[in-house]
Ligand binder design. Structure first.
Ligand SMILES: *Cc1c(COP(=O)(O)O)cnc(C)c1O
Length: 345
């Protein structure tokens, strides 16, 4: 396989069409998903009245394939993405795509697009986007009859170019997820409603919005697309817990790394905004597939700044250790727990 001639280290985070994608279809008439296939065709033709277009019936996932130091193409815990998408689909009354078939399809599409997997050492990865949506026409409010599941890939650049600089974020006056709503599933609808808030935050000089719990606005939830982690004054990793937070695979992996590799105490519990205001935490970070951990240096609450002791210059020591350990596991330099690294080539 000859790699594509791309400037890997300088890729941004933008869609670029690759050679192959995976497509499978479900029909109510057959009651099952077909075998699916890889295709060159990046276009989707559907009814003007498709369920996804009218009532936003769609769910998605995001993971990455990358090259390890010893030259293997791998991805990280795709079984957890498969299970999460299964759960998301059920919540939106969509026929879930079988977990084992999801993992196989990820492997097949990455193998077919292996020329697009960035070489080791560039910091770039091949982003993998599985998604599914209601494709048949729906006008009365009900689930679609037929669905399409697809996996596209696109090469993306290193998340941090020239070091992980802490970001400045704010507490949002908007809500992300209602109690008993859809905050715990990965659905486009959760993102559509966050766009206005993030555009405004950017205009006002903030990198992200931190959302509080919608019911009481006293507890920290997450940002639009990443979970939040804190380190308290005893060096404990404090992880907000709530039924309306998206169960980040990076967060769950970091909790395991903290406990089993770094010997840290982890406290998964409701975290009150007041604790942040009281300066109970010395480090803070966002976690997700793209950045692993992105440090937060300062949070703005309606004009008042709360700066963490780790500051605006560099990532704090605990977040750094966590990030380096998980990256080491992902890149094959540190032995991974059983089943975390999925070999593709
Ligand atoms: C995808 C996502 C995350 C991060 O999840 P990972 O599995 O770690 O990539 C966090 N919050 C929200 C709202 C998300 O959609």
């Amino acid at each position: 396989m000859e790699k594509k001639n791309l400037d890997w280290a300088n890729l941004g985070f933008a869609y670029q069409k690759t050679d192959k994608r995976f497509v499978a279809n479900y029909t109510k008439a057959s009651g099952k998903w077909d075998d699916g296939a890889l295709t060159d065709d990046d276009k989707i033709v559907m009814s003007e009245c498709a369920g996804v277009l009218q009532y936003s019936q769609s769910v998605f996932e995001g993971l990455k394939a990358y090259t390890t130091k010893d030259g293997h193409i791998v991805c990280f815990r795709p079984d957890l993405n498969a299970q999460r998408m299964y759960d998301s689909a059920k919540r939106l009354e969509m026929p879930p795509f079988p977990v084992d078939r999801f993992v196989q399809a990820v492997k097949d599409v990455v193998k077919a697009d292996d020329a697009w997997v960035p070489p080791y050492g560039t910091g770039a990865t091949l982003y993998i986007r599985p998604y599914m949506f209601g494709i048949s026409p729906v006008i009365g409010v009900k689930p679609a009859d037929d669905y399409q599941f697809r996996i596209l890939t696109t090469p993306v650049g290193p998340y941090f170019k020239g070091g992980a600089k802490p970001i400045y974020v704010r507490v949002s006056d908007y809500d992300r997820a209602a109690p008993h709503g859809t905050g715990n599933i990965k659905a486009g609808l959760n993102y559509a409603m966050s766009l206005h808030a993030i555009v405004k935050a950017h205009q006002e000089g903030f990198a992200e919005n931190i959302y509080l719990d919608a019911a009481t606005r006293t507890k920290v939830e997450e940002t639009g697309g990443a979970n939040i982690l804190f380190v308290d004054r005893d060096g404990k990793l404090v992880v907000p817990k709530s039924d309306s937070i998206l169960p980040s695979i990076t967060r769950r992996s970091l909790v395991y790394v903290a406990e089993h590799y770094l010997g840290l105490t982890v406290d998964e519990r409701p975290v009150y905004w007041k604790e942040v205001l009281d300066n109970d935490f010395v480090e803070c970070g966002l976690c997700g597939t793209a950045a692993v951990i992105s440090p937060i240096g300062k949070i703005n609450d309606h004009g008042k700044d709360i700066e963490f002791e780790s500051g605006m210059e560099k990532m704090g020591p605990v977040m750094t250790k966590l990030r380096e350990t998980l990256l080491g596991i992902q890149e094959g330099e540190i032995e991974a727990p059983e089943g975390w690294i999925c070999h593709i080539e």
